[in-house]
Design a protein around this ligand. Structure first.
Ligand SMILES: [Zn+2]
Length: 77
């Protein structure tokens, strides 16, 4: 009988750990969201991207060079 209680306790801990781990994985995938560079079309993650604020909009670039290129295109219009 004691063994069964221990087994049940282990199972509950396992369920608790498994249930707790799931939202963390979801958070991670949200953090690695990718954005497309409007200049060269390369996909960059939020952490690696060079973020530019242009006319109240947020743009994500792979490099500062692409940001400057984008600003040039915007000024031409
Ligand atoms: Zn780029």
């Amino acid at each position: 009988m004691r063994f069964l209680i221990l087994l049940l306790a282990c199972y509950l801990v396992y369920r608790y750990v498994k249930g707790k781990a799931k939202p963390e994985i979801a958070k991670e995938s949200a953090a690695t969201e990718t954005f497309q560079d409007p200049v060269c079309g390369v996909y960059v993650s939020e952490a690696d991207a060079v973020v530019g604020n242009l006319q109240g909009k947020r743009y994500h670039f792979c490099s500062l060079g692409c940001l400057q290129q984008f600003e040039k295109i915007q000024h031409k219009r």
